[in-house]
Design a protein around this ligand. Sequence first.
Ligand code: C2E
Ligand code: CA
Ligand code: CA
Length: 699
Amino acid sequence: MFNKLSSKVLAGTVALVIICSIAFLYLSMKEHEFVYRGTVFNHLEALATNMADDLVETLNEEVDSVDLATKLLDLEVYDNVKYAIVYSRDWDVLQQYIAPSFMQTTALKKELPPFNIKAIDHGVSIYNGSLMVLKTIGDDSYPLGHLLIVNGYREPLDKSNHDLIMNSLPVALIILLTMIALAILFSQRLLSPLSSLTQFTESIESSSNYHLRFEAKSGDEVANLGNHINSMLERIDAQNTELQVQVETLEEQQQTLQQLANFDVLTKLPNRKFFMEVLRREMARVQRRSSNVIVLFLDLDDFKGINDSLGHEAGDSLLIKVSDVIAGQLREGDVLARLGGDEFLILLNDINEDVLETGINVAERIIHSLEIPIVIRDWEIQTGVSIGIADAASADFQAETLIRNADVAMYHAKESGRNTYALFQQELQAESMRKLLIANALTKALLDEEFKVNYQVKVGKGGKVNGLEALIRWESSFDGIISPGEFIPVAEHSGKITAITRWVLRRVFKDLPQLVDIAGKDVVVSINLSAFDIKDIKFIQYIESQLQEYHVAPQQIEFEITESAYLDNFEEAKKFFQKLGDLGFSIALDDFGTGYSSMSYLTRIAIDTLKIDQAFVRKLEESSKDKLIIEAIIGLAHNLGLNICAEGVETAGQRDYLLNSGCQQLQGYFYAKPAPLTDLPKVITDINQQQQILVSLRS
Ligand code: C2E
Ligand code: CA
Ligand code: CA
C-alpha cells in the first residue's frame, strides 16, 4: 500500500497534520493553564482580600463563632474552594469552613489534610497541588487574625483543560479531517499525472505495445518526463521496426537456406540430403519395431533425348509435371524426393500390408499414370519411367545400402526394357558387386596391358576388304575374358572410359602401318567412341598429339559414335564432330535406328556414314517391317549423301539383300569375326578367295 507515492505523500501529510495538531493542542493547553492560573490567582487574591476585610469587624469585637461561620459560608458559591480556616492572631483556629464537596473526602479521612501553616507564606501559593491564599485579617502591622482559603488547583485545571479539549475537539476534528481531505485531494491532484504515467508505463510493460504515447495534460515535470518517455518510445519503436525488418530478412534467408539445403529448386521436392535424413530416422524406427519400409528409385526413360531435342526449359517443365504426376500417386506420409537429373526417390511409410506388394502397386500406378502424354507448350511428350524397388530389411536397415539396392533394381528395370519396375534381389546385388569389381580392376588392367585390340573387317560392294573396326578385348587376371559389352558400360559409369579410348586410339595408330600393309592403302580403320569421350575437353588435343607422334593420315581413321552418345549432348557432339571433320577424320553413326528418333539431326551434323544396327539385319529375312526400316535408312542416307554400312551380317541372304538395297559396306560374322592383327592376313586372304570363287561362279 505504501509503495505508492500518493499513499506515502498522504500518510506523511496526515502524520504532519496530526503532529501539528497535537503540538498546537499542547501549546494551547499550556497557554490556557498559564492564563487560568493567573486568573484564578487574581480571583482568589481578591476573594481572600474581600473576605479578610469582611472579617475585620467580626474579629474586632468579641469573637462570635456563629457570625464567623456565617461569613465563611459565603464561600459556598465558589465551587473550587475546598476549605477555609480563620486563625487568631496567635494562629489558633477560630473557625473553619469545608466545602460540601470537599467534606466527603475529608469525612473519609476524618480530618483536613495536615499542613504546617507556619510554612505557608502570605499571599497566593501552590501547596500540595492546591492553591492557597493566606491573608492577614486587619492591618499587617496589627493583625487581628489570619484567613486561609484553600482552593482546588489541579482538578479544576484538569477539568478546565478537559472542557477546553472537549469544546475544541469537534472543531479540531473538523479541521483535521478537512486537512486530511485537502491532503488527499491535493496529493491526488498533484500526483494524478504521475500515477497516470505509472499506469501508462505499466500498460506498455504488460502489452509490449511501443506504439502507445503518453498524453501530458499538465506542463510540469511529470509532463516533461512523459515527453521524454514518448521520445524514448519513438526510438524504441523505430528500432523495433528496424529490428523486425532485420529479423524478417534473417528468417527469410534462413528459410531460403533451409529450402536450398533441403529442397530441390526446380521441383520444390525434398532433395537427397533431406530424403536421407528422413530415411535414416525411419529406418531406425522400423528396425526397433521389427517393421519395414520401401524405397522406390525412379529414373525417367529417354529424358536426355527429350531435353536435347526440345530444350532444357521444356526438360525442366517436364520434370516438374512428372513430379506432380508421381506425387499424385502417393499417400500422405510418403516422401518423394528428387535425387538430381531425372532421378527420383520415394519412401513408402507405415506399410501394414506386404511391403513388396505395396511397392509393386505404387510402381505400377506410377508407370500407368505416366502413360498419359504430358503436354508442354504444344508438344505431347510421352515419357516412361524405370523403377527399382527395395526394402529396408534386405538392406539390413542401412539407408545407403537401401538406396543402392533400389538403384541396382532400377538399372535392372532399365536393362529389361524400360518403363517397368524391378524388385531388388540379392542376385542383382551380386551383379552390381561384379560391376564394382570390374570398375576397380580397369585401371590396373590398363597398366598391366591386359587389353588387346581385335579387328573386324568391313567389306565393300566389290567384295574387297576396305575397312576394319577396332574392337577391344580384355583377358582379365581375375575372371578371364570379359566382353566389352560388359565392361565398357562399367568403364563409362566409373569415369574410366576416356583412358580406355585413348589406349585403343594409340594401339590403332601404332598398328596402322601394319594394317595398311595387310588390308591395302585405302583401308579405313574405325575406332569406337563413347558419349563420355565427347565430353572430354582434352580429347581433340590428345588426338592431335597422337596424330603427330604416329604420323597417321587422318583419312585412314573413322570414329564410330552411337546415336545415343551424340543425342545425349547434341550441341557438344556437333562441335566435336566438326573438329574431327576439320582434322580430316570421317565419322560413322553406330547402331543407327535403335535410338531416339534422330532423323532431323542428320541434316545438322557433319557425318559420313550410317551403320545400320545389327538388330535390323538379324531380323531382315523374317520381318518385313525391319526390311522397310532398312530401306528407309538407306534411302535417307542416299538423299543426305551418306555412306551405309550394315553390321551383323551373318548370312549370304542378308548380304545379297543389303547389297541389292544399295548398301555400300558390310560387316559381320559372315565375313569374319573380329580377329587379332596377327590373324588378319589369313582372314583377308580367305575373304578374297571366297570372293574370287563367287565371281567365277557368277561368270
Ligand atoms: P559395336 O560397336 O556395335 O560393335 C559390334 C559388335 O558386334 C562387336 O561386339 C562385334 O564383335 C559384334 N559383331 C560383329 N559382327 C557380328 C555378327 O555377325 N553377329 C553378331 N552376333 N555379332 C557381331 P563386341 O566386340 O563384343 O563389342 C560390343 C560393343 O562394345 C561394341 O558394339 C561397342 O559398342 C563396344 N566396344 C567394343 N570395343 C570398343 C572400344 O574400343 N571402345 C568403345 N568405346 N566401345 C567398344
Ligand atoms: Ca562400332
Ligand atoms: Ca554397332
